[in-house]
Design a protein around this ligand. Structure first.
Ligand SMILES: Cc1ncc(COP(=O)(O)O)c(C=O)c1O
Length: 364
């Protein structure tokens, strides 16, 4: 299957910059100034050896995931990691990927573009977006090579329990298949247990984009089976060849700076807890909106009404309120919207007031 045409990412990249209230972002930003990061130009290394990943960084990540450094590949964001793993898994034609729905569309598109036939695993609103193991079994065919999930779930923010992940690992092991869990949102949780530490068929992809607000570094990674990683590295020899050294070097500097990580974690924690409370109080005050509270993080996927109500709400907000949230159609659910509440709390409160005003117009 070819890559799909322009979709969510094209929308997100060309969104009108006149927007004042950002309720569409799913990541943190502006948590630290560049000065606070403590990286002055004269201490930055521009050249170095990272032919197959900057070794100190691979060792650092290996320790975090409790695996061998050969099971770690650095990548250009979680996105780069997702694509390269899919390219390795679907190199031989004829394979199927079972991909959650609703799903972050670029993830779905990358797996499709890597050559997989796509089938879908419903994470339903009525089951609080949980993984239904019976549905996994029902959807599985002899051609299924990969199950694709996100954690926390984008768009709902719901986590997957450890015992479910373990069952999925065992299920995949019996079928010589893989479970790729994009865990780019996982560090919003306190003391999270990453998927790749739970079994040999699990693959975790992640990056510093969302939780740490450092997406401009384009620094990500994947942890998983050594042979798969090896093949993905060889495939990358034909794509980006080597990741920008400077990204990996800066990523390493940031992740190993105790003062920086301490401040970042403190600010992330405060922002998440404070904003979750603001958002929860706000949404519970609106009759007619149904939602599943997220297990952590700063996104939720409320149901606004019927039909295309979510799309219409997003449209009113863009046209009249200089406010953006993500229309649910990008997640196959046009009656929903994905709301991101990671903004500065003052801006968040003002943005939510605008959503309330637009919602009143929608239902009047
Ligand atoms: C599930 C998921 N994976 C990956 C990404 C992109 O991450 P990165 O910047 O690490 O490529 C996003 C961004 O929204 C996402 O939601």
């Amino acid at each position: 299957m070819p890559f799909p045409g322009p979709d969510f990412m094209a929308w997100a990249k060309t969104l009108n910059h006149d927007i004042k209230y950002d309720l569409f972002s799913s990541g943190m930003h502006g948590l630290m100034t560049e000065a606070e990061l403590g990286i002055s130009a004269d201490t930055i290394k521009v050249w170095g050896n990272n032919s197959y990943g900057y070794q100190p960084l691979k060792e650092l990540l290996a320790e975090k995931y409790n695996v061998h450094p050969d099971q770690v590949m650095t990548s250009q964001g979680s996105s780069g990691a997702n694509y390269l793993m899919a390219a390795a898994i679907f190199e031989k034609p004829g394979g199927t990927a079972l991909v959650e729905t609703p799903c972050y569309q670029p993830l779905l598109g990358a797996i499709q573009g890597a050559g997989a036939t796509i089938t879908r695993l419903l994470r339903s609103f009525h089951e609080k977006y949980a993984i239904n193991l019976d549905l996994v079994k029902d959807a599985w065919t002899p051609n299924t090579r990969l199950l694709v999930l996100t954690r926390l779930h984008n768009p709902s923010g719901v986590d997957i329990p450890i015992d479910t992940l373990q069952k999925l690992n065992d299920f995949a092991a019996e079928r010589n298949a893989w479970v790729l869990v994009d865990e780019v949102y996982l560090d919003y949780m306190d003391n999270p247990v990453p998927g790749a530490s739970l079994g040999s068929r699990m693959i975790t992809t992640s990056s510093v984009t969302k939780v740490y607000g450092l997406g401009d570094l384009r620094f990500g990674w994947v942890v998983g089976d050594r042979n798969l990683i090896q093949r993905a590295l060889q495939i990358n020899d034909y794509i980006s060849v080597i990741n920008p050294f400077i990204s990996e070097y800066l990523g390493y500097r940031i992740l190993t700076s105790e003062p920086v990580m301490e401040i970042l974690h403190k600010r992330i924690h405060e922002r998440v807890i404070g904003n979750q409370a603001i958002f929860t109080e706000w949404i519970n005050s609106l009759p007619g909106i149904e939602w599943i509270p997220p297990d952590g993080g700063i996104i939720a996927f409320p149901k606004i009404g019927d039909g295309t109500a979510g799309d219409r709400l997003a449209q009113i907000l863009l046209e009249k309120y200089r406010t953006a949230l993500t229309p649910g159609r990008f997640f196959d659910n046009p009656s929903h919207v994905r709301m991101g509440f990671g903004a500065d709390p003052v801006m968040l409160v003002e943005g939510l007031q605008r959503v309330k005003a637009a919602y009143s117009e929608l239902i009047s």
